[in-house]
Design a protein around this ligand. Sequence first.
Ligand code: NAI
Ligand code: COI
Ligand code: MG
Length: 351
Amino acid sequence: MYKIVSIPGDGIGPEVVAGALEVLNAVAKKHGFEVEIEEHLFGGASYDVYGSMLTDETLEACKNCDAVLLGAVGGYKWENLPHDKKPEAALLKLRKELGLFANLRPAKVYDALVASSTLKTEVVQGTDFMVFRELTGGIYFGQPRGYDENRGWNTMVYERYEVERIARLAFEYAQKRGNAKVTSIDKANVLEVSQFWRNIVHEVHQDFPEIELVDMYVDNAAMQVVRNPKQFEVIVTGNIFGDILSDISGMITGSLGMLPSASIGSEHALYEPIHGSAPDIAGQNKANPIATIASVAMMFENSFNRPEVAGDIYAAIEGALAAGLRTGDIAAPGEAICSTTEMTAAIVARI
Ligand SMILES: NC(=O)C1=CN([C@@H]2O[C@H](COP(=O)(O)OP(=O)(O)OC[C@H]3O[C@@H](n4cnc5c(N)ncnc54)[C@H](O)[C@@H]3O)[C@@H](O)[C@H]2O)C=CC1
Ligand SMILES: CC(C)CC(=O)C(=O)O
Ligand SMILES: [Mg+2]
């Protein structure tokens, strides 16, 4: 029995999480295990009811389960709140409180999508890399931070232990992938904090001499992901660079709506699509649920060590895409567009 806490959040969050939970229930039925799903409000949805973006009750529930499934937070309604009161601040707090220091964001191109989409086949087909994004440090957390009428400021700071643990995780993963190449992405030509990052990554690398390590500046990396994504196998990078580069990677795979992620720490794990709450399409049954459904697959790989369950989910996604199912974000011109619920049903039918 797996105890899952579901926090759909805002915007398209509830729509894509509903699809992912249908898939979760379908694999539970097929593989003969039980899941207990406990749903909690989070982000703006929680603020509107309780006056708090992250209640103690939701936080406790997230700490006392086997895995958390998150949709997304944020939206127009809450964007003028002070920074420390915004839904996004609650997400940062949740990540910090759960100790989720590593965000794994796989960029994998589905063959079925390449065959009929606007993706440039020869450039992207076969792309399959994993981004290890540091998630609880860097400029999103550094103090001091603030702004007044004359200045705005944030602080990018990394502690030795923060770089060591994410670098070690990335090298260990590379080892498991048959000594895959690791690219460490920074801005060491300008930022002292990046030179520090680079030094520590090289120190950790000494324990993994069989693995090739490449350093790359982040501006070049953004271009290289678009130009030749297949050169990457494992990327390790800081919080803000990983955030930006993984959205770029999303486009390589067809859409932000395709990319899942696992946010992991030593005690807890949370699974979430890389995209946000997409308020422009919220409530219209248009969102692509695949990123969130694939996040459930990552849950079975990372938290439950059930690769066969994850494999069924990936195969069902591939099957639905091969059958021509396309939400608006991944439809090539002239292709029929399906809804969130139609895509979900097509995937569930293939479990
Ligand atoms: N993890 C989270 O909860 C995140 C929350 N956000 C928040 O989400 C809100 C909107 O932010 P944006 O910058 O617009 O980023 P976004 O990722 O929500 O949307 C960017 C674009 O991609 C599209 N898109 C995203 N997910 C999609 C899906 N599953 N299917 C189809 N199209 C999809 C949207 O319609 C939009 O045009 C903001 O409040 C932002 O702070 C942003 C990123 C991550
Ligand atoms: C706090 C979030 C809005 C940051 C983000 O964009 C992400 O984690 O992808
Ligand atoms: Mg982001």
